[in-house]
Design a protein around this ligand. Sequence first.
Ligand SMILES: *Cc1c(COP(=O)(O)O)cnc(C)c1O
Length: 446
Amino acid sequence: MIHGKTLQQWYRDYPLLEKLVALEECSWFNPAVTSFDDALPHVGLGADNVAEASARLQRFAAYFRAAFPETRDAGGILESPLQAIPAMQQALCQRYGIEPVGTLLVKLDSHLPISGSIKARGGIHEVLKHAEDLAVGAGLLRLDDDYAKLDSDAFRAFFGQYAIAVGSTGNLGLSIGLIGARLGFRTTVHMSADAREWKKRRLREHGVTVVEYPTDYSAAVAEGRRQAAADPYCHFVDDENSPELFLGYAVAAERLKRQLEQAGIVVDAEHPLFVYLPCGVGGGPGGVAFGLKLIFRDHVHCIFAEPTHSPCMLLGVLTGRHDEVAVQDFGIDNVTAADGLAVGRPSGFVGRAMERMLDGYYTVSDDELYRLLALLQQQEGIALEPSALAGMPGMARVLTENQGYRERMGLTPQRLARAHHLVWATGGSMVPAEEMAGYLRRGRQA
Ligand SMILES: *Cc1c(COP(=O)(O)O)cnc(C)c1O
């Protein structure tokens, strides 16, 4: 019995489950998606919260300019490029046997400064919020101060009284660890077994304590949470339930809006925007999707992508059981090469908050991620880590699968011809060269 039902009963109630359990690639377009106005009250957060996070990142720009010289050219704002990838679009259309319609874009969060992944948005924001609260609370900082002063021995000594801890498959730990240690916090990262050696090494080089677990992500998080709870001076970054992470991710949307405007790209009823987001626990893609919905409302269509071995969000939303179910309950092993996506149990907060706002979910095999990795490198000269490719098959899924979905959403051929498809590329610029060479080899052979 699995949560009160036999596997056969589960299959009868949710026929798609059979494909998920068989580790077959599949897509599911959400029949419960509603208009933005109907969905918003269920989120529990609003535009004000995102604006606060945005203003905070603006206040910290002076700190970044002082502490991280690589952010100076961008004025201390951590942001990534947006670009069209026409050669990749052609290659994907050939690969999946579809006609090219619309325009394919990529958002290169792989190239975000400091930690080279989407976690440089949410993870860093949460640490900044905590640091600001402490410093303001102690009377050492005012919101209208020049935050460059935080990059000083005096502030590092102050933050050194406090600790920060996080459980991670790698990239979140990298972001929290690098910013936490630089601010002066005593920082501990609880790493799951699948975390890459180079990420652990890099953290240790920066004075972060790395604790390794032979288990998966959920277990590392649980143990980290338990240890942190015993220390009243320790703040635990809770990837499974954190509004501050979520809001840090959501700020991406107003930045993307400016980039789209600069590129002359219109988003409205006649020009829909599809966004494909790799999903682990759900905070990153959920936060970005929420920010995008606040701005583009019903004209943006957000779709989550997961590995076939870790379809935790799809499982949670499909069954309505959210964080009560883990993929392992159904015999799915949660073993994937996609760092950041090897998550067996989704965030209950994100799954419930966002289920009315998301158009769909799909899975991709690890072999396909590697093939796409090599293809993108060949076509566009862009090298990403495997998880960051999960958004690439999304365009073909939308254009070819489930006619009912396109009709329901008013996605006529005319509108699809004017659509933009945006693949959110979530990590990869900091992968060491020899590791990347291995990824490319595997992609060419797969
Ligand atoms: C963490 C991560 C994701 C997904 O973010 P979640 O908040 O875990 O859903 C996607 N891609 C990469 C590279 C990541 O590190």
